[in-house]
Design a protein around this ligand. Sequence first.
Ligand SMILES: *[C@@H]1O[C@H](CO)[C@@H](O)[C@H](O)[C@H]1NC(C)=O
Ligand SMILES: *[C@@H]1O[C@H](CO)[C@@H](O)[C@H](O)[C@H]1NC(C)=O
Ligand SMILES: *[C@@H]1O[C@H](CO)[C@@H](O)[C@H](O)[C@H]1NC(C)=O
Ligand SMILES: *[C@@H]1O[C@H](CO)[C@@H](O)[C@H](O)[C@H]1NC(C)=O
Ligand SMILES: *[C@@H]1O[C@H](CO)[C@@H](O)[C@H](O)[C@H]1NC(C)=O
Ligand SMILES: *[C@@H]1O[C@H](CO)[C@@H](O)[C@H](O)[C@H]1NC(C)=O
Ligand SMILES: *[C@@H]1O[C@H](CO)[C@@H](O)[C@H](O)[C@H]1NC(C)=O
Ligand SMILES: *[C@@H]1O[C@H](CO)[C@@H](O)[C@H](O)[C@H]1NC(C)=O
Ligand SMILES: *[C@@H]1O[C@H](CO)[C@@H](O)[C@H](O)[C@H]1NC(C)=O
Ligand SMILES: *[C@@H]1O[C@H](CO)[C@@H](O)[C@H](O)[C@H]1NC(C)=O
Ligand SMILES: *[C@@H]1O[C@H](CO)[C@@H](O)[C@H](O)[C@H]1NC(C)=O
Ligand SMILES: *[C@@H]1O[C@H](CO)[C@@H](O)[C@H](O)[C@H]1NC(C)=O
Length: 785
Amino acid sequence: MMTFTSQILMLLLLLLSSIIFNKGVSTCNEKDQRTLLIFKKGIIDHFGRLSTWSSEEDCCAWKGVQCDNNTGRVTKLDLSPPYEEKQYNSLEGEINFVFLELEFLNYVDLRENEFDMIRIQPIHYNVTYASKLRYLDLSWNAYDIHIDNIHRVSELSSLKYLNLNGVDLHKETDWLQVFSMFPSLLELYLKDCNLNYISPSLKYMNITSLETLDLSLNNFNFELPKGLFNLTKDISYLDFSSSKIHGELPLSLSNLVNLTYLDLSYNQLKGSIPSWIGQLGNLQHVDFSYNMFLGSIPSTIGNLSSLVSLYIGSNFFSGVISEKTFSKLLNLKDLDLSNSTFASHFDPKWNPPFQLNRLSLANTKQISNFPSWIYTQKSLQVLDLSNVGISSKDGNKFLSFAGGISNLRLSNNSISGDISNVTLNSSYIAIDRNKFTGELPHISPKAELIDLSYNSFSGSIPRDWDNMKYLIDINLWSNRLAGEALIHLSNLKRLRVINLGKNQFSGMIPINLPQKLQVIILRDNQFEGNIPAQVFNLSSLFHLDLAHNNLSGSIPQSVYNMTPMIIGTINYIAGFRLNLFTKGEEYEFESYILRQTIDLSANNLYGEIPLELFRLIQVQTINLSHNNLSGTIPEMIKGMKNLESLDLSNNKFSGEIPQSMTFLTFLSFLNLSYNDFIGRIPVGTQLQSFDASSYNGNRELCGAPLKKCVIEEDPTRTNPSMENEDDDSLRESLYLGLGVGFAAGFWGICGLLFLVSKWRHMFLDRMTDKLYVTLMAKKNCSHKT
Ligand SMILES: *[C@@H]1O[C@H](CO)[C@@H](O)[C@H](O)[C@H]1NC(C)=O
Ligand SMILES: *[C@@H]1O[C@H](CO)[C@@H](O)[C@H](O)[C@H]1NC(C)=O
Ligand SMILES: *[C@@H]1O[C@H](CO)[C@@H](O)[C@H](O)[C@H]1NC(C)=O
Ligand SMILES: *[C@@H]1O[C@H](CO)[C@@H](O)[C@H](O)[C@H]1NC(C)=O
Ligand SMILES: *[C@@H]1O[C@H](CO)[C@@H](O)[C@H](O)[C@H]1NC(C)=O
Ligand SMILES: *[C@@H]1O[C@H](CO)[C@@H](O)[C@H](O)[C@H]1NC(C)=O
Ligand SMILES: *[C@@H]1O[C@H](CO)[C@@H](O)[C@H](O)[C@H]1NC(C)=O
Ligand SMILES: *[C@@H]1O[C@H](CO)[C@@H](O)[C@H](O)[C@H]1NC(C)=O
Ligand SMILES: *[C@@H]1O[C@H](CO)[C@@H](O)[C@H](O)[C@H]1NC(C)=O
Ligand SMILES: *[C@@H]1O[C@H](CO)[C@@H](O)[C@H](O)[C@H]1NC(C)=O
Ligand SMILES: *[C@@H]1O[C@H](CO)[C@@H](O)[C@H](O)[C@H]1NC(C)=O
Ligand SMILES: *[C@@H]1O[C@H](CO)[C@@H](O)[C@H](O)[C@H]1NC(C)=O
């Protein structure tokens, strides 16, 4: 009985092992397998992506490994994580160049993981092995990944494609020589490598085969040598954007007759655009924007009939630009002339030979009417005519045309007209700072951002606005609108910014506000009723301005759940201007200057401030002035280390000013005037730096900067009261929270950075810009996680 079963078992085992054995010999080469296992040793694989990499399995079946079917030799290694779940798939640890011992390897892709080290063995290393490697991509790994021994890489003589984007090469002073040693390189990507030096002795690049060169986002800080491209005449793609290069365009650029893509934007290039630019007849994409080029645009640019995109905005060009410049540019799709000072002389009857997708003339101050040739452009998707000085009364006619453009910006002109019968089908609509009158226009449900601020719209919010389920940001600041606005907006789940300030809107604040709201500005309206507790439970809210309304009741006693005000994270995604108030005055900030704010001033609120409010330790501005609030300032205010502006004036607050307020070192505006505070103003540099107006109107308050206290109190009696003792454990948790807050606060800054770039680039929305944004976020943020 026993022997029978064991015999069967033996048989099974034999069968199994023969299967494995057979598979093993017929495919994977043993030496390659050993090499790969050494390579694997350095990798930290949190997500089990390399679970198939074990000696029991055929290495040609390992995930990411490909072999030659006939010889079983490894030819390809592709470990870049699948896009969708990148953050849950990254490999970490080191990239061991031992993979170069795979003699038949020709393709290695390790990009977009979190590798933070490259190990190149300097002694036992034998590069002749990897003589077939033609494709190597190590881009976008951990922010601090670097190569110390780049000379060894340069021995890979078959390389045609090398991508080191995001790898720190700042120590490589002779990188130009090193990369000149690849005899057959076609594509070289060194974006964001922290390159900062070109040896003065080397005045040209010796990679004769090169076709693609990306050196953007580096830190060169020097002029490009005139003969830099003397030997690289085949280059067709050249990107030097945001790399801090100075000086004039190098003459050798005129050698690159095959150039199709040239991006020199965001540098400090000066001089004029030479007329030889017209010889580069294959150019399709030219970006000279954000430099310091002078002079006029050479007329030879009009010879570049292949041109698809031309970005020359934000320079110091002068002279005249007219339809002659564009007469041969049949293929032009994107044109950016923004922020320039040349005079534009277009024939009013001009019929351009092109149909543009994107056009920006923003900040040019050249025109007082809509350029009539724009009406011929039927495929526009982006149009920016912000701040160009249009004072047309044709608002209605123009918007009946332009309302179909998906990204439409007409901000800060003097366009007038009643557009209430127009239906705007755009996703982004910025027609703020004009003179539009009449009722609000119809807006199609696909709108995402709407800025109609600083106009004279009247009436109420149309019913059809209830359906804008994609709406993210709405700004109606400073119009003459009335009626119940908020019920129309409370079902819009994506909404992050509501700015209805400076109107005559009325009604109650609904309890079911959109959960993703980050900014609520209802200032200067006629909203009434209580502030619902749910407002303080909006977990993304960082800016709450309900000032100057007719709100009543007390400030809700509930759990305050506004994460950005507690731990400081602001991931603000919308892009339009906000109107932000601080320090008791009216300020207007660009949207990227974001502040954690609670402003409930000038309402009819009464009762005590809930202690929960003092848990919002990241708040920078609190204004509760001009209400009927009472109670004392608790000792725990000390936890609000980021507080810069505190206005409690014109209320019925009482008791002593807590000693702990002297710890609010960022406080630069304080108003406690017209309350019933008593006793001595605590001594400490902070509270004495304000003048008497911060404390006036409190009859029993004394000490600097007010007049001296008459009765010197017994110091033993100025100890903290009982109430403060009770707060001790709470306070402790506050300080613990502060540590977390600091780290998270850094992310807050990253959020801002993201926003700055986003704002700056919103119009053009180019691929490089997208990358730039991601990069900046990656660079500046990854090392704090
Ligand atoms: C190798 O075999 C696989 C699976 O049979 C097949 O998909 C692949 O095309 C083959 N490759 C070559 C180069 O023959
Ligand atoms: C490198 O490897 C090749 C092939 O195995 C061998 O012939 C050669 O001697 C090695 N060179 C060095 C320096 O180890
Ligand atoms: C360029 O490099 C090649 C070798 O790759 C060398 O033979 C040639 O002399 C170099 N040319 C110059 C001008 O440096
Ligand atoms: C580049 O070419 C120009 C014109 O042929 C020549 O005058 C110059 O000396 C060259 N510069 C270098 C560094 O080779
Ligand atoms: C430009 O491209 C053409 C066609 O692809 C090619 O024959 C030529 O060698 C390239 N380089 C130069 C400098 O013309
Ligand atoms: C290039 O432009 C200039 C000036 O506009 C003109 O004189 C010249 O004929 C043009 N060349 C070609 C090849 O079109
Ligand atoms: C306008 O262009 C100049 C010159 O490049 C630049 O310094 C400035 O920032 C630009 N302004 C805007 C609003 O883009
Ligand atoms: C917006 O779309 C509607 C319906 O498709 C259309 O009637 C209207 O003319 C469009 N408006 C503009 C300005 O394109
Ligand atoms: C709007 O235009 C006026 C006058 O041209 C200018 O002074 C102001 O700075 C502009 N405002 C914005 C926000 O661009
Ligand atoms: C809007 O359309 C209505 C009905 O067709 C018309 O009575 C009204 O005058 C129009 N308003 C404007 C400003 O064109
Ligand atoms: C606060 O919001 C969360 C969802 O974000 C919800 O589950 C919870 O019930 C809310 N609490 C109150 C008191 O409304
Ligand atoms: C404010 O609300 C109160 C009731 O809460 C009402 O009596 C008063 O008239 C309102 N004031 C204004 C200006 O609407």
